[in-house]
Design a protein around this ligand. Structure first.
Ligand code: 5AD
Ligand code: SF4
Length: 459
């Protein structure tokens, strides 16, 4: 069998795609890069907003046409698959295999089945399952928990991914050891709310460390870099900031979604913290990690959000001075409390506010990135950049960074870079040696010269 997987959504979905891909390989499937080569196409879906759902609909439309022309098995997994909305879509587009986020290990059974296979249960076996490490990759994800115990009124995730279940620390450390042995240098610990690790359904689990202690444990494994996502401010403790500061491998990067700067909106979102409490966490992070890089998620146009509420979000942005932000217009999702109880704002209001927020984010990101010009950063280079003659990677603070190739460095690994230019989205620099001197660059083919060579001459 030749299988092709398409992934939408968050890093948890990327991890799950890898998990299912490795299961497929263990059943003898070959993973291919395009739909055209595949006889099984599996879409890993996201349900958090309307847009990713629309995308899935459109891809399924194309696949249904293909299926009318040649043998093709269509599969849908992930968050949308778990919802009635997703199941209706699956029926309409003749999906053969449907796996909710708790049933991923049913993929084997699904392949054996000669008829339509739908798996929608939350199965415990998933928490003990250790997928093989990624091959030839320096970065890996590691799921430390699944599901979420919070009930933010806009969010479909508690329905799609179920209540929070933390993985046992032994499983986490075993998976990490395998990743390390495979050459992984940066691990991102994943969960809907990593700060609540080890406290499922409000009860502390015996034998599980706190998230801060888990960071310390992972920090002793020998891995070079540790990142984590995502944090709910409600469960963020000062001990997490302390653990970050005292564990050299933990990168000084915090993604702390605020969603809104207005207490009135936060209450209607059921976020369980106030603006003041959120700012207190930020102050604690800065106290322990003065050079912390801060990112957030913000929803604009939540039902009932007034212009004054929105201005509080803008002022909170200025008060924190985020390095980056993921910004969304509120999307009313069937099955969420806010969909049921609140009236959606007009689209124009949401779009206008989003545009103003994006302008603010660009301005701050430009200033924050410009402040790094002249600094020396540790960049995890992945390999060739889009432009020939350059390598790309990212800093400990998650800034995408591009450097010219130098003699003797092929690209993979952590290297010292002096930043000499920055835009809101990208930093540019030079690889340097231990004395801070620029390493000798590989001579580049000048673009002006390239323009003089016709394609015929090149052939
Ligand atoms: N509408 C818009 N954005 C949403 N998010 C979650 N649910 C919704 C929704 N209904 C955003 C939040 C969350 C991120 C993953 O997606 O900002 O942090
Ligand atoms: Fe990830 Fe949430 Fe989308 Fe599910 S709904 S894929 S958990 S972002």
């Amino acid at each position: 069998m030749k299988a092709h997987l398409i992934t939408y959504g968050c890093q948890m979905n990327e991890y799950d795609t890898h998990l299912v891909q490795s299961q497929l390989v263990s059943f003898g499937a070959q993973i291919v890069d395009s739909v055209d080569e595949a006889d099984f196409v599996l879409i890993n879906t996201c349900a958090v907003r309307g847009k990713p759902v629309d995308k899935v609909r459109s891809v399924l439309g194309t696949l249904r046409k293909l299926k009318a022309e040649r043998p093709l098995v269509i599969g849908m997994m992930g968050c949308l698959a778990q919802l009635e909305e997703g199941q209706q879509i699956a029926r309409k587009f003749e999906v053969d295999v449907l796996l909710g986020p708790g049933s991923l290990l049913d993929i084997g059974k699904a392949l054996e089945s000669n008829e339509r296979f739908w798996g929608l249960q939350f199965k415990d076996e998933l928490h003990d399952h250790i997928p093989p490490p990624p091959v030839g990759k320096l970065q890996a994800h590691l799921t430390i928990m699944r599901g979420c115990d919070h009930h933010c009124t806009y969010c479909i995730v508690p329905t799609t991914r179920g209540p929070q279940v933390s993985r046992h620390p032994d499983q986490i450390l075993r998976e990490l050891d395998m990743q390390l042995a495979a050459g992984v240098q940066e691990v991102t610990l994943l969960g809907q709310n990593v700060n609540a690790y080890g406290v499922d359904g409000g009860a502390k689990l015996a034998g599980y460390p706190s998230f801060a202690d888990l960071l310390r444990l992972v920090g002793r494994s020998g891995i070079q870099r540790i990142k984590f996502t995502t944090s709910h401010p409600m469960n963020f403790t000062e001990d997490v900031a302390a653990a970050m500061a005292e564990t050299p491998a933990v990168c000084e990067f915090v993604h702390l979604p605020v969603q809104s700067g207005s207490n009135r909106v936060l209450r209607r979102m059921a976020r369980e913290y106030t603006r003041e409490e959120y700012l207190h966490h930020i102050a604690n992070i800065r106290k322990h990690i003065p050079n912390a890089v801060l990112a957030t998620d913000i929803i604009v146009g939540f039902p009932g959000e007034t212009e004054a509420d929105f201005e509080e979000t803008l002022s909170l942005y200025d008060e924190v001075g985020y390095d980056s932000a993921y910004m969304f217009a509120y999307s009313a999702r069937p099955g969420t409390p806010s969909y049921k109880h609140f009236e959606d704002l007009p689209r124009e209001v949401k779009v206008e506010r989003l545009t103003r927020l994006i302008a603010k984010q660009k301005d701050w990101s430009a200033r924050k990135n410009a402040a790094h010009v002249g600094s020396i950063q540790e960049v995890l280079l992945r390999g060739d950049a889009f432009s020939e003659g350059f390598l790309e990677g990212h800093t400990r603070g998650n800034h995408p960074t591009v450097v010219p190739k130098v003699l003797g460095i092929t690209g993979a690994g952590v290297h010292r870079v002096r930043i000499n230019q920055a835009t809101p989205h990208m930093m540019y620099g030079n690889l340097i040696d231990a004395n801070g001197e620029n390493l000798p660059e590989v001579p580049r083919f000048a673009p002006e010269a390239a323009a003089l060579v016709s394609p015929l001459q090149m052939a």
